[in-house]
Design a protein around this ligand. Structure first.
Ligand code: ADP
Ligand code: MG
Length: 491
């Protein structure tokens, strides 16, 4: 027997993702969906389930659910039904959650997930989407001593009734890394589609992970446990790793895994049992008598289909082909729709090759975003301004090194590159007399380099370029320097 559990067991994982839908108001009430408001500020009678209130469906959620359904090859059900899922919890004032059970809004699709293997190699895992259904979120119980005080719990109902789409996957994932990649792909898709903000810190994208092991070669599913409410990619992967180890230990000792619901503590990497598994029958699901079934016709589905944007995988492939980029570069540029849009607009505005623009976006622009911990939307820079900066470099008016020096400021303020170049005295010297003087000096000081060039070492030109640039304070038009050097070396 080997030490690694993965040699003995195959890991089987299915994920349930709860994602907030991008609506202005809640699923069944006119209360606003906002993040960061004071506690219990965004609550309507309907969210509280006060006697006599009636829920009214927010129609926007239907369109959003269809968008995700179509993008994941699901069937959109012509009829879906809201059901009451009954349970008691202090942050669930109605005593039941309105969800969908037997008839969800979409079902039976898949997502292709690209796994980055070794550099440059990818493998595709097809993950089945069992179903996605609409439901309302519950409120929040705050147990944190620092906020609630010792031995007290506070209730914030702002989140009560926020629309959720729960996306349930087939048990098609085989490792923590695959689970992480699936979640990233799903979140990327939700954002491209404008279905969810997908911000995990705001609780807009949360995951329950179902994990089981089975002996390698077996085709039967083992008993699963469910890890609840994992709210970062790192925690999902960490929790699954810890649970694989725990189950392997049980099975190795001849024991059996008990189906139960678990919590993961990322600080200690420990798993604890929340409750032994409840069954669907415990919830006494029944169709909500206050809500009529949702009917969706072909025309509505086609309208939504026509409004879908180009999806990330298709766009990545197109970028690779159209702009002659590597799969890796195309993947980075299409990570978010906003970044991909920025790149395409800049490439359009720029006279030279798109590859140059890609290099600047991937190296300099991403660096600025990382340094400031923001996304592209938070930057003043317009694509035309980046194109203008690169135009100065193309025309030899600014060296690439000087352009890079100016870039962070331009990115932050969208300042005019030409004006800024002048203001900072960075315009490249194009006076051939001056450049020629520097070239002559450099050649005179480096006779051994001339020797090397004459014996066939063409690369030595780069060294000489550097020598000339040094004498010009880094501000000569590199094209002019190169031309002059070539003429003198060959002449
Ligand atoms: P429940 O609400 O009872 O958890 P769901 O049908 O909503 O049930 O979700 C079940 C999830 O568990 C799905 O993502 C499914 O792929 C996954 N799953 C089911 N059986 C197993 C198993 N043996 N091992 C791992 N995952 C499983
Ligand atoms: Mg579940």
């Amino acid at each position: 027997m080997s030490d690694e559990p993965l040699d003995r067991y195959e890991v089987v994982i299915g994920l349930e993702v709860h994602t907030h839908l991008l609506t202005e108001s809640k699923l069944f009430s006119p209360a606003p969906v906002r993040y960061g408001d004071p506690p219990n500020h965004d609550v309507h009678w309907i969210d509280l389930g006060l006697p006599g209130v009636l829920p009214v469906l927010n129609e926007k959620v239907i369109e959003l659910a269809i968008r995700l359904g179509l993008a994941t090859h699901c069937t959109v059900n012509p009829r879906s039904v809201f059901a009451r899922k009954n349970y008691f919890y202090p942050d669930l004032p109605k005593g039941y959650q309105i969800s969908q059970y037997e008839e969800p809004i979409v079902h039976g699709g898949w997502i292709d997930v690209k796994m980055e293997e070794k550099k440059g190699e990818t493998r595709t895992v097809r993950v089945g989407i069992t179903r996605a259904h609409l439901e309302e979120d519950a409120g929040k119980s705050i147990h944190d001593d620092a906020v609630a005080g010792p031995d007290r719990t506070l209730i914030d109902l702002n989140r009560c009734g926020v629309p959720l789409l729960e996306v349930v996957s087939e048990p098609d994932l085989r490792s923590a890394a695959e689970a992480g990649a699936y979640l990233r792909a799903l979140r990327q898709l939700l954002r491209y589609l404008g279905v969810s903000g997908g911000d995990m810190e705001k609780g807009q994208f949360r995951c329950d992970a179902n994990v089981s092991l089975r002996p390698r070669g077996s085709t039967e599913l083992g008993t699963r446990t469910e890890l609840k409410n994992l709210n970062s990619f790192r925690f999902v992967e960490g929790a699954i790793e810890a649970e694989i180890e725990r189950q392997a230990e049980i099975l190795d000792g001849g024991g059996t895994v008990v189906q139960c619901t678990l919590a993961y503590d990322p600080d200690t990497h420990r798993i604890s049992v929340l409750r032994v598994k409840e069954n669907a029958s415990d919830y006494r699901y029944f169709p909500d008598p206050d809500l009529i079934p949702v009917a969706i016709d072909e025309a509505q589905i086609e309208r939504v289909r026509a409004s879908l944007p180009e999806l990330p995988d298709v766009r990545r492939e197109r970028f690779r082909e159209a702009y002659k980029l590597s799969d890796y570069e195309a993947g980075l540029l299409t990570e978010s729709r906003a970044l991909a849009d920025f790149f395409e607009a800049a490439a359009e505005a720029h006279d030279g090759t798109a590859k140059t623009v890609a290099n600047w976006v991937l190296r300099d622009l991403l660096q600025v975003l990382k340094d400031r911990d923001i996304e592209i939307g938070g930057l003043a820079l317009r694509p035309e301004t980046l194109a203008a900066l690169l135009g100065l470099v193309d025309r030899g008016r600014l060296t690439a090194a000087s352009a890079r020096k100016l870039f962070p400021e331009i990115a932050g303020s969208d300042a005019d590159p030409e004006a800024l170049m002048r203001e900072q005295g960075l315009e490249a010297v194009r006076d051939t007399g001056l450049i020629e003087g520097a070239v002559d000096e450099a050649l005179a000081a480096n006779p051994q380099a001339i020797e090397k060039f004459r014996s066939g070492d063409a690369k030595v030109v780069n060294f000489l370029m550097g020598q000339v640039m040094k004498r010009m304070g880094g501000k000569a038009d590199p094209n002019a320097v190169r031309a002059l050097l070539a003429r003198k070396l060959e002449g």
